[in-house]
Write a protein that binds this ligand. Structure first.
Ligand code: ARG
Length: 462
């Protein structure tokens, strides 16, 4: 018999049942469902709807159900439409009629909304830890290679020399903002919808505030119609995840390029690569390619959820059941990606010699223009003059450093013998000492601030 069987005569068709049921994917919320019910039993007792003794029996029964799930012995039966009906059905088998009192004033509409929030809050903690692990790997690699200079790129064209650590730390800050954003989404997720009922609220005067506090929520929802339909926090979470995914994908793409034979700036540990079934020489960066590739599904889930929500009439509609698989898939994807990325970074071999060999004078063209600026030439003019020097060097098949002083003087009289001091990559990097620049002193300061952020865990949690 179905939970809502009273009004119905025939059995539900098997095909429809398969279409309708969510137990095969929402069973993963069992711990949240049980926790919600334990707290709700307490609320019913406080409201005088059940006795203290009945509450204790309900709680003990619920804990047994949870133990069965934990142990993998819980048996799903055909009538278990979703996790909520499955837990209640089993509770009835264990306790008899008293189990039927638990759902007083409650609906699966507020129940599922509460479960999903509780479930997500736990996963958010795990994801935050994943981000911290990745940030720690980034900081460790940055500190281990403070003396390595590489060509920095814009448009993937060689631009200016930067420290390898500086490039790597760029990702620290992206993931730092991701961590801050996650805390912000968690703040709006930590609101309790229980007591909203199906849509109209609770007629038995349960103490919603106490119920919320028992479950670790910060507050209660302000409107019961909103409470059963609100999936904003899922949208926000998927939006958050899509952005994390974009950051991971960018990092992966940088490393794919640098690990390529043509660059050879880094080498991936064997554990994160695979060979080709055809070409014996290949060492493919599969882990990184997957990181890039999974952006499609994560961004897709965000789009899918927004599309599902758009235009729903207010309060609960069964469409909302479609929120879960998207959310679960994104949680699973990120929960494996973050530690994999941390592993890739931690085990990365950095080839400082190859990076140095890729440095050429042209990367110092900006420094050459700055040289003229320091001698009173307006930057727009000096930019133009150095452009001429670049062209001249190209015509002669020479590097900027190989142009004679006569050539430089012919371009502008402000050029002097000390112009050749410009052609020094260390010097170029060292000059960028302002906060956030690539000078070793600035990068050391950056890392110091980064570590402070990591030490600031308590603040981040809330
Ligand atoms: N399995 C449902 C979901 O995921 C639970 C809520 C069902 N509510 C209802 N009135 N049928 O949304």
């Amino acid at each position: 018999m179905m939970l809502w069987g009273g009004r119905f005569e025939g059995e539900v068709d098997g095909l429809i049942r398969r279409f309708n049921d969510s137990i095969r994917f929402d069973r993963r919320m069992y711990a949240a469902d049980v926790a919600g019910s334990v707290a709700y039993a307490g609320a019913l007792a406080r409201a005088g709807l059940i006795s203290g003794e009945e509450r204790d029996r309900l709680v003990a029964g619920l804990e047994r159900v949870r133990d069965e799930f934990d142990a993998g012995t819980f048996e799903v039966v055909t009538s278990d439409e979703d996790i909520h009906t499955a837990v209640e059905r089993r509770l009835g088998e264990l306790l008899g009629p008293v189990a039927g009192k638990l759902h007083t004033g409650r609906s699966r509409n507020d129940q599922v909304a509460a479960d999903l929030r509780l479930y997500l809050l736990v996963e958010m903690d795990a994801l935050r830890e994943g981000l911290i692990g990745l940030q720690a790997a980034i900081v460790a690699q940055a500190e281990a290679h403070m003396d390595v200079i590489m060509p920095g790129y814009t448009h993937l064209q060689p631009a200016q020399p930067v420290l390898f650590s500086h490039w790597l730390m760029a990702y620290f800050w992206k993931f730092q903002r991701d961590r801050e954003r996650l805390a912000d989404v968690a703040r709006r997720t930590r609101i309790c919808p229980l007591g909203a009922g199906a849509l109209a609220g609770n007629p038995f005067d349960v103490d919603r505030e106490a119920l919320a506090a028992d479950l670790g929520f910060d507050a209660v929802t302000e409107n019961s119609v909103d409470a059963v339909s609100d999936r904003d926090y899922v949208v926000e979470f998927l939006g958050w995840a899509a952005l994390v995914q974009v950051h991971l994908s960018g990092l992966a793409e940088d490393l794919v390029i640098w690990a390529s034979r043509a660059f050879g700036f880094v080498e991936l540990a064997e554990a994160y690569t695979t060979g080709s079934s055809l070409m014996p020489q290949k060492k493919n960066p599969d882990a990184l390619e997957l990181m890039r590739g999974k952006s499609g599904r994560v961004i897709g889930h965000l789009t899918g959820l927004l599309t599902m929500l758009k235009g729903l009439p207010s309060s609960y509609n069964k469409d909302l059941q479609e929120d879960k698989e998207a959310l679960f898939d994104v949680v699973d994807t990120l929960k494996i990606e973050l530690p994999v990325t941390a592993g890739v970074i931690r085990t990365l071999a950095v080839n400082g010699d190859r990076m140095r060999a890729a440095l050429d004078d042209a990367l110092l063209a900006t420094d050459l223009a700055d040289y003229l600026v320091r001698r009173g030439v307006p930057f727009r003019e000096s930019h133009h003059l150095v452009g001429r020097a670049v062209r001249r060097a190209e015509a002669l098949g020479a590097s900027l450093q190989e142009l004679s002083l006569d050539v430089y003087r012919a371009i502008h009289p402000a050029f002097d013998e000390d112009v050749y001091q410009v052609f020094d990559f260390e010097r170029s990097v060292q000059a960028r000492t302002t906060t956030g620049g690539t000078a070793p002193s600035a990068v050391r300061e950056q890392i110091r601030r980064a570590k402070k952020k990591m030490g600031n865990e308590e603040v981040m949690r809330r």
